[in-house]
Design a protein around this ligand. Structure first.
Ligand code: IMP
Length: 422
């Protein structure tokens, strides 16, 4: 069976930390979608690490790590990631396996991302500009380059043909994008040489064999359900299926082989980049969440927008993914609020609704809130469920009742140790 770990909001829920906490129970950690737009932060032994493409099991002695076919890989960023981990003396050749079917992000994909965003002006998506959209466009357009191509001698010709086409497309956008392609290519070819030293596999076969051998596999999602290309707040989304079904196509796992679906959400909501966000706060409460929660993008450093928990959107994510267990992150950030608000319905086109409508832009949707009592206690030193303040327990019980799924973990700080099991 393959268990899934998914973000249920707009990303940055804390998946990296939880995978790291859970890895000891799994033999294999696999990424199935997204690319270096993700930034999975792990903190232990007083050190903070941010991973972009490499699965979060890399720090555990016994876990194998698979980058699945649904992922897009930028060899330049990948090399940097490996270089940053040099001090840990990890045997990457043995522990990190790359799907031959994963697509490659070319330097010109990044340039196309920038050109497309610039051309959009005010309507820009707020992309991380890592070339994600253009790479998935080439994948579905059947023009892309895959990791497996690097094992054939004609890969540089394929590269050239695609990069030339991209240059013509960049010119079409007619925007002022400055670049030195020779420099970018030198960096890319260097990254490719590093990538080629790693182990390329037919990852779907690897996963079939591992399942047959009774291995425990955890598929680690990136981004969040509301950034899903189909079910997210389109067009302000990423270019892959971040929801449960994405793990089936991004790894080659049959739906019947999915076991537990672990859904992660923050005790409040954040969003980085553009797009609708009904519970967004523009007041002191939002600023406090941002400050206490250190809400800055792990990949881009951009400040994250903050707001109260949106239960309408969270319910939708629980349903789309078939979540079986919930994990509430950053509960400690809400300490000190007199009241905690939860959005339980929307005013939409003159009606009160409790499902997610087609368009949740502010001009159509106004959140309807339920208020709960806040708590003052500092949670960051707590380690047992019995120590949680009564008002937080009431908040948890309320959410469990509304979502009809148990909350099994409450996280009270970034460190591995600040994790309370219920
Ligand atoms: P892209 O995937 O880089 O094109 O970005 C598309 C949208 O998804 C933008 O709003 C990004 O801010 C957002 N996004 C992409 N990756 C992440 C992530 O890992 N966390 C949060 N937001 C993300």
């Amino acid at each position: 069976m393959v268990d899934l770990l998914l973000g249920l909001q707009w990303g940055d829920e804390g998946k990296g930390k939880i995978v790291d906490v859970l890895t000891k129970d799994y033999d294999i950690i696999a990424r199935f979608q997204g690319g270096p737009n993700a930034g999975h932060t792990l903190e232990f032994d007083g050190i903070k690490h941010v991973l972009h493409t490499i699965p979060s099991g890399i720090f555990h002695k016994n876990a194998m790590n698979v980058v699945g076919n649904g992922v897009v890989i930028d060899p330049v960023i990948f090399k940097k990631e490996l270089d940053n981990l040099e001090q840990f003396q990890i045997d990457f050749v043995a522990k990190l396996l790359i799907s031959r079917k994963a697509h490659l992000i070319l330097p010109t994909h990044r340039l196309l991302d920038a050109a497309s965003e610039t051309a959009k002006g005010k309507a820009k998506i707020g992309s991380t500009l890592k070339g994600i959209g253009p790479t998935y466009m080439d994948k579905t357009g059947r023009n892309g380059m895959r990791v497996g191509d690097l094992e054939f001698t004609d890969w540089k010709e394929k590269y050239r043909a695609l990069a030339d086409k991209h240059e013509a497309m960049i010119a079409y956008y007619d925007v002022d994008i400055q670049y030195n392609l020779d420099e970018l290519e030198a960096e890319f070819f260097e990254g490719v040489e590093t990538l080629k030293k790693l182990t390329f596999i037919d990852s779907e076969q690897y996963i079939f064999d591992a399942m047959a051998a009774g291995k425990k596999i955890l598929a680690e999602g990136a981004q969040g359900s509301l950034l899903d290309i189909d079910f997210g707040t389109y067009p302000f989304v990423t270019s892959s299926n971040t929801t449960a079904a994405g793990a089936c196509t991004g790894l080659g796992v049959a739906p019947g082989k999915i076991g537990s679906v672990l859904g992660i959400f923050k005790a409040y909501t954040t969003r980085v980049g553009s797009g609708p966000f009904p519970t967004e706060l523009f007041d002191d409460a939002g600023a406090t969440m941002g400050r206490v929660g250190n809400e800055f993008g792990a990949t881009t450093g951009r400040p994250r927008r903050c707001g109260w928990l949106d239960l309408v959107a969270l319910k939708y994510a629980v349903q789309i993914n078939g979540v079986t267990e919930l994990m509430m992150m950053k509960a400690d950030v809400l300490s000190g609020f007199d009241t905690i608000k939860v959005c339980t319905a929307y005013h939409y086109k003159g009606e009160q609704i409790t499902h997610l409508p087609y368009n949740i832009e502010a001009e159509y949707v106004t959140p309807v809130y339920t208020e709960l009592k806040g708590w003052k206690e500092d949670l960051t030193k707590l380690s047992k469920a019995e120590e949680l303040p009564a008002a937080l327990n009431a908040y948890i019980a309320y959410l469990e009742k509304e979502l009809n799924v148990p909350i099994k973990i409450v996280s009270v700080g970034p460190d591995r140790l600040q994790t309370i099991l219920r």
